[in-house]
Design a protein. Structure first.
Length: 86
């Protein structure tokens, strides 16, 4: 079990499609920030996920980034289960 950070655009009348956020690999832009990378970083606790998101948003604000102002952010609890695909 853990938590992931997701975001969705602040648009009126648009369906809510969530994008997962993750840290990047060393060769990607801003590897120490949570960004939309088509994968999710799983955090041990809700507090850890919140702190990571807060740190990313502060760094973005500090360097003048504006992309984050276009999104709502949420923390989602994850669980691990056996597959029932049989």
């Amino acid at each position: 079990m853990g938590y992931i950070v997701v975001c969705h655009e602040k648009k009126n009348n648009s369906p809510e499609f969530f994008d997962v956020l993750s840290y990047g690999k060393i060769n990607e832009m801003h590897p120490s920030r949570l960004l939309r990378r088509n994968m999710a970083t799983v955090f041990e606790s809700r507090d850890d996920a919140f702190k990571a998101l807060e740190k990313t948003l502060k760094e973005c604000e500090k360097d003048g980034s504006t992309w984050q102002n276009k999104f709502f952010f949420s923390l989602i609890k994850t669980e691990k289960h056996e597959s029932h695909a049989d």
